[in-house]
Design a protein around this ligand. Structure first.
Ligand code: SF4
Length: 975
């Protein structure tokens, strides 16, 4: 519990209220002249910027960035400004719908909410009373996972996750198991101090505006920005150096950099000794059950070798002088080597030398050597020292904060490969060897990270933990620490419908949403009765193998005539393609019509300066019969009498979602929002609920932010003041150091199981795969599809990029954003196009081992020669989203998804998911293709094209000419 009168609280108060006062004066002035302004949070992508919505006569006049907001500081992108057209979209659902015709035909009748909720509660209630596993509840890009995950827990189904499995779980899992934090929105480069930034395949929808603001700062200071990406678009277009790497080889490139640094003896040994497990002793006992595990004393404490005393000592003791290299003999004659010894042995091997990897990566050896030298130069010759005393976890006082001003950042480009987990681990290895984690100028944690590795929460859903009519004992997602934490039956059969946390994907921290429909359709590992999805366009641009997915959703059991997935409940704000497959549609509001919270219990909006969270508030009233999905979920929880949703008499504990936001406590004193807690609203972090908390957020512009004092700003993984404060806030259970895990014993435990050790071992068919890919040190291997497919028949890589102006399906129906792109093209390297006899504007067939799509192409210089690419999620099914059936998105746009398989090519046995073997992350970017010219008579229309969907009941035809705002123009006055 912290009061605002405490030292840091005063800073909060000054920051949040001092500025708010001036802002409120400005707001009052503007209200007098141009209507009302309301502050809320943008939902046009995952970045979650603060926005000011200007209203006139109850309508949205324009949107601008909130200059005080910690995420965007007033910056607004094209998507954010076009939120008006998202809100007034002709594709908005208007009323609950019940299916009246075959699935996939979009035949519905409108029904009242009471009927919809009764139907949903009846279906879900029957499932819960018999076998809660029969419900698969998966959500897309929603931002309320703190609620949805808890709802699934109370319902009692382990079959829950959001979309992380098809997005970037490789990056999250690699970070959490290595650093106790991650790229993405869990950390950021030190934009103020970095002198060198390497950016790997970043997507445009996470941390978007902070990256744009940060790149501006770097460029103003003359820092070097190197982009590693097969395609030179977006951020890469403004990089000082673009490395057009071949897809799927980033890990090899990074390990070659590691080779060079080790060879030149350019690593930060002091940092390694103090903050990482580099000195920890690992047992060297080939073939035995303890081989590769950490050497421990009788009390289970990890050992290191003290070079002064020449004996094994506890690695956690601060005053030791641990050896980093050499082999030692322990009691009972066991041999052991420090982690760093293994690192040196592994990465000094010639196979990681620049000359050995250059051709495969498509980056010259001399470039790799130069980049390594530049990194080392900036890290060690341009060291930063801030005169800021701080105290480390052991109580040692440091007069200054020493920084290695090399920053790295990464996302989906490296993540969406079947070797993505290890690639991301390799980048973290590189950062750590340079001493460049949470130091001045390097990549920095964002609260509530760092957290211990692993965090401690294990996934629930083991045999015996799922019981009829009962909640799960814990959340369905967590961090396994070894094979005993898997969710598998005694014979190794997965317990979850998506096979997360099974031998197919042991560390599937975010589930495998991309496999739910196939597994449910196949009844593998078991059939389900109800699929409940929210904001997940799984029949279209979120599906691998789109056409087959559509067929599975509408396939019937030959014997009974019933659908193989008997019931589908779907919630969305728009007429997305997935709506057509639902039996029951629950219409959601737009983001401008509801309360929401951007919680530290979910994906936070903190930055390295301190934690932050935010709200959305309704800025306009719905003009349709729709309800916020979060309210609906709470109502269903009440109707189902889920524990935590009702009291002993069955009475609702929460009136609605805003009430839940304010009063729900996940642990004593820990609620969804961290600001203005306590009965008086003068506490932060761990404190009782404040009934007026939302008012305080509204009056502060929709967000709360705490600024860390200078002595807590760096070395957070080992900084005593920070760790103690984080414990007080409830971010971590104990104020212990987070030791960076260069070598992962968790991975080694899985490998030992695969080699025949331990009580829980994989079935025979998974042994070799687990043994090969659960390497405790980062490895690189050829992506699975590339290894399996004939390179002569399919010589090219095919990837997608996220366009800056569009966010998944949402953007490509937005009237203003459609003026930027109405269809996508296939981009081909100029030399490659010439070799194929192709030119700008040609129509081509793009052929993979699984199918073919027809599209129009364009040449460009800024793409790796062995790679073709296109924009993601522009194409639409004809009629969907209330677009005209002949809209360019529907007839000229194409989806790469049609030719990506959700399963790996395999000669025998049940086929495995086309995914990373460690985390289950969908391997979208492993796709291999060839390109052929389409005959002239086939030019003009993209293929394949699914059936035309009819307009839904209640939806008005879209206007031919959009005149929104014309009347505002007439009344326009300069503010
Ligand atoms: S970056 Fe994303 S959240 Fe920020 S303004 Fe743009 S669309 Fe909105």
């Amino acid at each position: 519990m912290r009061r605002l009168s405490a030292k840091t609280g005063v800073l909060d108060l000054v920051h949040n209220y001092g500025v708010a006062k001036a802002e409120r004066r400005a707001v009052r002035g503007m209200q007098g002249e141009s209507g009302e302004i309301k502050y809320t949070t943008c939902y046009m992508c995952a970045c979650r910027c603060g926005i000011k919505v200007h209203l006139e006569d109850g309508r949205v006049r324009y949107i601008e960035g909130n200059p005080r907001h910690p995420v965007n500081r007033g910056v607004l992108c094209a998507k954010g400004a076009a939120g008006i057209m998202q809100h007034y979209s002709p594709a908005r659902l208007r009323k609950p719908l019940k299916r009246t015709g075959p699935r996939g035909t979009a035949a519905f009748q409108e029904i009242e909410w009471e009927e919809a909720l009764t139907l949903a509660a009846d279906w879900l209630g029957a499932v819960r009373r018999s076998d809660p596993r029969q419900l698969a509840f998966f959500t897309g890009r929603d931002q309320s996972q703190a609620l949805t995950g808890w709802w699934a827990t109370q319902f009692g189904t382990p079959n829950y996750a959001a979309h992380g499995g098809l997005c970037s779980v490789n990056m999250a899992a690699a970070g959490f198991y290595t650093l106790g934090g991650s790229f993405w929105e869990f950390g950021e480069p030190d934009w103020e101090r970095a002198k060198y930034l390497m950016l790997f395949g970043v997507a445009e929808d996470h941390d978007s505006n902070p990256i744009k603001i940060g790149l501006t700062k770097l460029k103003e200071r003359g820092a070097k920005f190197v982009s590693v990406n097969p395609v030179r678009t977006g951020y890469s277009a403004v990089a000082d150096e673009w490395l057009g790497i071949r897809p799927g080889t980033d890990g090899l490139f990074v390990l070659a950099l590691v080779h060079e640094l080790l060879r030149a003896d350019r690593v930060d040994l002091d940092y390694l000794v103090r903050y990482t497990n580099a000195p920890w002793l690992t047992v060297r006992n080939p073939g035995a059950a303890d081989d590769g595990l950490f050497a421990r004393d009788g009390e289970g404490r990890v050992l290191a070798w003290d070079g002064r005393r020449q004996e094994a000592v506890r690695a956690e003791d601060a005053e030791i002088a641990p050896a980093l290299v050499g082999e030692v003999t322990l009691a009972q004659g066991r041999r052991a080597v420090p982690v760093f010894q293994r690192i040196a042995e592994r990465y000094l091997e010639p196979r990681y030398a620049p000359d050995a990897v250059a051709a495969r990566c498509g980056i010259p050896a001399e470039t790799i050597r130069r980049i390594a030298a530049e990194l080392a130069h900036v890290a060690f010759e341009e060291e930063i020292a801030i005169d800021q005393p701080w105290v480390d976890w052991a109580g040692r006082r440091h007069a200054r904060m020493i920084g290695r001003p090399v920053s790295m950042h990464a996302m989906r480009g490296i993540s969406a490969h079947s070797n993505g987990f290890h690639t991301c681990r390799a980048i973290h290895l590189l950062q750590i060897l340079l001493g460049a984690v949470d130091t001045p100028g390097s990549w920095r944690y964002e609260a509530p990270y760092p957290r211990p590795v692993p965090f401690g929460a294990k996934p629930a859903g083991k045999p015996g933990e799922v019981r009829a009519g009962a909640p799960l004992p814990a959340g369905p997602l967590g961090m396994p620490e070894g094979p005993e934490d898997l969710l598998v039956e005694a014979d190794g059969t997965p317990c979850r419908i998506d096979k997360a946390f099974s031998w197919e994907a042991p560390l599937a921290l975010h589930g495998l949403m991309q496999m739910v429909i196939r597994n449910a359709w196949q009844g593998d590992p078991y059939p389900i009765s109800t699929l409940f999805m929210y904001m997940a366009n799984m029949s279209w641009n979120s599906a691998m193998n789109t056409e087959e997915t559509m067929a599975m959703l509408s396939d019937r059991d030959e014997r009974t005539g019933e659908y193989k997935i008997p019931r589908i409940i779907y919630a969305d704000a728009y007429f997305s393609e997935m709506v057509a497959y639902a039996d029951l549609v629950l219409p959601d509001t737009t983001y401008l019509e509801r309360w929401d919270c951007i919680s530290l219990l979910d994906r936070p909006i903190s930055n390295a300066q301190g934690p932050a969270d935010a709200i959305r508030q309704p800025v306009v009233e719905p003009d349709r019969d729709v309800r916020p999905f979060q309210d609906v979920l709470i109502e269903l929880g009440v109707r189902l009498a889920l524990p935590g949703f009702v009291d002993r008499e069955g009475k609702a504990l929460y009136k609605d979602y805003p009430d839940y936001i304010v009063r729900h406590e996940r642990k004593p004193g820990i609620g969804l929002l961290a600001g203005w807690r306590g009965s008086e609203g003068d506490e932060v972090g761990r404190a009782s609920a404040n009934p007026r908390q939302l008012e305080r957020y509204v009056s502060n512009g929709g967000f709360w932010q705490h600024r860390l004092p200078p002595e807590q700003l760096y070395y957070k993984h080992a900084n005593k003041a920070y760790l103690e404060w984080a414990q007080e806030m409830g971010f971590i259970d104990e104020a212990k150091p987070v030791v960076l895990q260069l070598y992962s014993e968790v991975l080694q435990k899985f490998r030992l199981a695969a080699l025949g050790h331990g009580a829980v071992q994989p079935p025979e068919r998974h042994r070799a795969r687990i043994a090969a890919h659960f390497d405790p040190l980062p490895v690189w291997y050829v992506p699975f599809e590339e290894a399996a497919v004939d390179a002569t028949s399919f010589p090219l890589h095919a990837v997608t990029q996220r366009p800056m102006p569009l966010y998944h399906s949402w953007g490509s129906q937005n009237a203003w954003l459609r003026q930027i792109y109405t269809h996508n093209l296939l981009y081909v390297n100029r030399a490659t196009a010439r070799a194929h006899g192709l030119a700008d504007g040609d129509w081509v067939w793009l052929i993979s081992p699984y199918g073919r799509v027809k599209c129009q192409m364009r040449t460009m210089a800024g793409v790796n020669a062995a790679t073709v690419w296109t924009w993601n999620a522009v194409a639409r099914q004809r009629g969907a989203w209330n677009l005209a059936p002949d809209a360019p998105e529907a007839v000229r746009g194409f989806l790469l998804n049609h030719i990506i398989s959700d399963l790996l090519p395999q000669e025998s046995g049940p086929r495995l998911a086309n995914a990373d073997p460690v985390t289950g992350q969908a391997a979208w970017y492993d796709l291999r293709v060839r390109i052929e010219r389409a005959p002239a008579q086939e030019a003009g229309l993209a293929e394949p094209r699914a059936a035309v969907l009819p307009r839904l009941p209640g939806l008005a035809p879209p206007p031919d000419i959009l005149r929104y705002g014309a009347d505002f123009k007439a009344s326009f006055r300069h503010d």
